[in-house]
Design a protein around this ligand. Structure first.
Ligand SMILES: [Zn+2]
Length: 508
């Protein structure tokens, strides 16, 4: 049960995430600063890491005796502990905090009141029993006095605890909001939190039955975030942090990871027929090349234009051969996007010399590689054939006359090229994200090799997948980009109408 519930929790968490539009970010140098981080000096305790362990008793109670009754218990504690707090003038504690750590900071009379009001029902003893699993539980003697000992039920108690944590992991869930209210209500009743209006006071004391809850819940969460985070109270802050750390450590030490089975990865298209459709274009393209060729001197524009297409055919075919799902399919997409943008840029600029620059830059790279092989690299890489690179470097002119350009060949970058060529949409859709995979950036690594552990007691941490994630199909995009490259050729060397198509599987 825990696994399913945690999965739902995580889904909700994902859906609730503030998606922050790009425009709301502030540009500082090369960084886009998120709206939240634009507020100066924001330091806060995290709900899941630091505050949830203090209110886990609330989650246990909700699961154990039902939400409505639990809320009434919270309300009674709020009234009695809150009122008692303000009845006595000279207090050593500054707020009636009822989190597990906060309780241990209260004066004795307040602690006694809390336990007395809480334990009015035998079912509450059963509900809260998992708390005694923790060796470092603050006020453990008091808890044991009411809850008794573990008495051989450890497994069941850990499961009950996991179920309670599962409903609280999302800081905005109904149950988490209930617990955050339960933390605040004694403080509100004590008069130590000055609410602005009578209305706000009622929203608190009559929760969840007064006013529109869509407005009340965020208000409760915002106040709890400040007071529960130990603002202006370093001693409380440090103590709470220590208990939270103990809580999660004990959860990890005593329970195991739960990995979900990998999703089955099916090839959604007819791989053989699709690849042969792409292969078929090669021969037609060769015919078109011969038919339109008039000269034998170096024709930078012609060679590059046809070359882009043959190269795109090769890359697309390889991407498709990896069933469109392997990591290399994303790299193929990125390569196709770059070929398309470069090709379109060269056409758009309408400067014949640029084709020569593109070509001689490439020859310069071959020369540079040859020189490094010859003079610098002691361990020669196996994939480069010296004679091959040498021949390439010398092909258009003897390499001694060839300059080597170390920057970008067009003295710009691909993003700017895409703007000039009016195809920034291709850059955004097919270059940026696959680049994360090409560079091995964190999200690409995480996405491919890690999954989330579904044990709620492990805070949704990451564990290795049983096998890499091969679920995203790039096949439609590979075909689309390949055909866009062929469209460009048709523009400059008409007419070439043949296009690749994704052949669907035959459904019998
Ligand atoms: Zn785990």
């Amino acid at each position: 049960m825990s696994e399913k519930r945690a999965r739902q929790q995580q889904k909700r968490k994902r859906n609730n995430k503030n998606k922050g539009r790009i425009d709301s970010h502030k540009k500082e140098g090369s960084k886009l600063i998120s709206p939240f981080n634009q507020i100066p000096n924001t330091a806060y305790m995290s709900w899941m890491n630091d505050r949830l362990p203090c209110m886990v008793w609330g989650g246990l109670l909700i699961n154990g005796i039902g939400r409505e009754q639990a809320i009434e218990v919270f309300r009674q504690i709020g009234i009695h502990v809150g009122n008692l707090f303000c009845e006595v003038g000279d207090r050593s504690c500054n707020l009636p905090r009822v989190g597990i750590y906060g309780l241990s900071t209260l004066d004795d009379d307040l602690q006694d009141k809390y336990f007395k009001v809480l334990f009015t029902d035998e079912r509450i003893v059963d509900a809260l029993k998992p708390l005694i699993l923790f060796k470092d539980l603050p006020l453990s003697e008091k808890w044991i006095e009411y809850l008794g000992d573990v008495s051989g039920n450890e497994r069941q108690l850990w499961t009950a605890l996991a179920d309670a944590v599962a409903i609280l992991l999302d800081h905005q869930s109904q149950e988490a909001t209930d617990c955050r209210w339960a933390y605040m209500i004694p403080i509100v009743n004590s008069g130590r939190l000055q609410l602005q209006t009578e209305e706000q006071y009622k929203e608190y004391t009559e929760y969840p039955n007064y006013e529109d809850q869509r407005k009340v819940r965020p208000f409760i969460r915002a106040t709890e975030m400040q007071l529960g985070g130990g603002m202006m109270n370093d001693e409380y802050f440090q103590g709470k942090k220590a208990w939270s750390a103990d809580f999660w450590n004990e959860c990890k030490d005593n329970t195991v990871c739960l990995a979900s089975a990998s999703e089955r990865s099916n090839i959604d298209f007819d791989l053989i027929k699709t690849i042969s459709s792409v292969r078929g274009i090669w021969a037609d393209l060769s015919d078109h090349f011969i038919e339109t060729d008039k000269f034998t001197h170096i024709q930078a524009k012609r060679d590059a234009s046809f070359g882009f297409c043959f190269y795109a055919l090769t890359v697309a075919k390889e991407g498709l051969a990896s069933s469109g799902k392997l990591v290399t399919a994303k790299l193929a997409l990125r390569m196709l996007a770059e070929i398309y943008i470069t090709f379109k840029y060269l056409i758009s600029v309408r400067n014949e010399k640029l084709w020569d620059i593109y070509r001689s830059y490439g020859s310069g790279q071959a020369k540079l590689t040859f020189l490094k092989l010859d003079e610098i690299l002691e361990d020669k890489p196996g994939y480069i054939k010296r004679e091959n690179v040498e021949a390439l470097a010398n092909e258009d002119m003897y390499m001694d006359f060839q300059d080597i350009d170390l920057g970008n060949w067009a003295k710009t970058d691909l993003r700017k090229m895409s703007q000039v060529a009016d195809c920034k949409d291709v850059y955004d859709a097919y270059y940026s994200w696959p680049s994360s995979y090409a560079h091995g950036q964190w999200c690409a690594v995480r996405d491919t090799v890690f999954t989330t552990c579904y044990n709620p007691l492990h805070r949704l941490h990451r564990i290795p997948r049983l096998a890499p994630r091969y679920e995203d199909g790039a096949e439609n995009d590979l075909i689309l980009l390949l055909n866009k490259v062929l469209d460009l050729l048709n523009e400059v060397y008409p007419s070439f109408e043949k296009r690749a198509e994704l052949v669907q599987k035959f459904e019998s």
